[in-house]
Design a protein around this ligand. Sequence first.
Ligand code: GDP
Ligand code: MG
Length: 664
Amino acid sequence: MKDKNIIRVGFIGNPNCGKTTLFNAYTGANLKVANWPGVTVEKKEGNIDYHGHSINLIDLPGIYSLTSYSIEEKVSRQCIMDDEVDVLVNVVDASSLERNLYLTLQLLELGKPVVLALNMMDVVEERGMEIDLHRLPEMLGDIPVVPVSARKRTGLDVLMHAVVHHFEEMHVADIMRYDAHIEDMIDRLEQNIAKQDPAAQNLRWRAVKLLEKDDEVCALYPAIYSEIVDRDYSEDIIKAKYDYIDEIAEETLFNKDKKSANTDKVDRILTHRFWGIPIFLVIMALVFFLTFTVGDAIKGLFEIGIGWFSDAVFKGLSAIHAADWLVSLIVDGIIAGVGGILTFLPNIFILFLALAFLEDSGYMSRVAYVMDGIMGKVGVSGKGFLPMILGFGCTVPAVMASRTLENESDRRRIIMCTPFMSCSARLPVYILFSEMFFPKYAMLVSFSLYILGVVVAILMALILNLFDRHKGGNTLLIELPEYKTPNARTIAVYVWEKVKDYLTKAGTTIFIASIVIWIVLNFGPRGMTLDVSQSFGAIIGKWLVPVLRPAGLGMWQIAVALISGISAKEVVVSSMSVLFGVGNAASAEGMTQFASILGSYGFGAVNAYAFMVFCLLYTPCVATLATIRKETHSVWFTVRTLLLQLVIAWLAAVIVYQIGSRIF
Ligand code: GDP
Ligand code: MG
């Protein structure tokens, strides 16, 4: 129930205007802030106390207008319409005020108390732009306009004060008018709506929406609509709003064209028609270089630590005469499994540091822009590529970010392709196997897998596009944000979140998976067994051997490792080390030992590459599957995605192995 003493405040605005930063500044939360749209896809809430008022803050997904095409728009519109919020804080990027005001004018029409937060004032000042803070509120119906900087944390108190004050006054703005004919229709519509629906609020907004032929509102008042509205007035209404925005700009903005010239200069190179993509590839290669070189240097220390820990535990357990099975479970199962994964933490850390840097500097949004050409040819706009790039980090948020797409069918296609992008969980697999089998070219080999992932994702999009009859045109509506020096806090939060996720995964999923693997390998139909070939694992795995043989992966251990990898892809590495009894697989010693064990089964470089290709492309992890199901509300779609990925992974691995083993 709504509590009268709590003021509910919704932060609403275009993508990238700083809503989440502002929300975090007030609540001390660490929600993800990013330099591109589609990151906040669900509303998030937090409570603060402001001078004795309890305030409930809601961070909403960014939207450009109050239509309801994309899921984000639906979420935001629903939330502010349903009387869930008392005061709207319209966060705008003051450095590009004109573009942001379109949403503002629509919000004002809603007839709710609106407070305008002029965010990014630091940028405005830095560029020497000026905003007439006296005239602007006048032109917006005397709503409070408060200059703030979410990043520098200035103006926050004044803003919250305005919110509380505005709430108590319940002042509703008197706003712009359309031409006489439209206003006349609005009047009549308002009267009729009030008659049919006495409880209805925001009559003017409803009337305007009827003139715009908004599906949802038209469905509420079909009779009123057909009686009064003779045609679709959306264009007239949009134009009137933009005309008014021009007027506002004219009267309140000074030196607005003082853009930072650097952004333009840099963009001429980075988003070059021809060089854009090669530059992107080089930058990604650089990220890899760092991940491998710097990451490996630190990894060495981790290995020593974990090796030492494992020895100590072993000695300790022996000293207290612990049962053999217990020692085996702890040392060979848990420590080998979880420890093996922890060793890769430094690489993961560096990868995320680099990705955070690229995102926050503003480069990642350029990638979508650069890819727009290619993506257009495969029937998805650069807008669809944004969620896919997120997939380099983790597929789960990437799938969720597909919500920015307006067309459900396009969205499903993106969801099907996103898991092919190589997420960070696959990195340990590449590092281990490429360093074991391609010691000199490890980096190149890993990089090739990332590229393969992107290529398969795009090809897949192309193929799906050919079969899709419901596609819609998604125009690339991202504005390229200014380049800026990445913010230390933003990056720290981002990296910490990822590292925390990784550690959590090691402590939960991977921990449990290691125990399960150990049980599957140490128990058979006749109870506990020391002979692995009699274990349940071997029995299940052998069943799959014929299927995997054409891909050069015909070993039951590999089958078991791949199955276990569905829990989380890193588990492939830990279960491989448990399966082959290699204690510290990631250490130099361990790798040599591991490679020679695998070699004795006839598993060489070509097999290793086929294996990595399979790991890249096959069924995404359980968390991703669950997200896909949740996002599409369809078990059948999820199953189809899963099967498709299995088939593609198998085909690709077979091709690699069959061709590779004939050449080498
Ligand atoms: P949202 O999409 O509205 O939630 O925007 P975010 O909070 O994710 O912010 C988008 C980008 O703008 C991030 O890179 C922020 O660091 C940056 N940003 C947010 N507020 C400010 C500000 O007041 N000044 C500057 N210079 N940057 C900001
Ligand atoms: Mg956000």
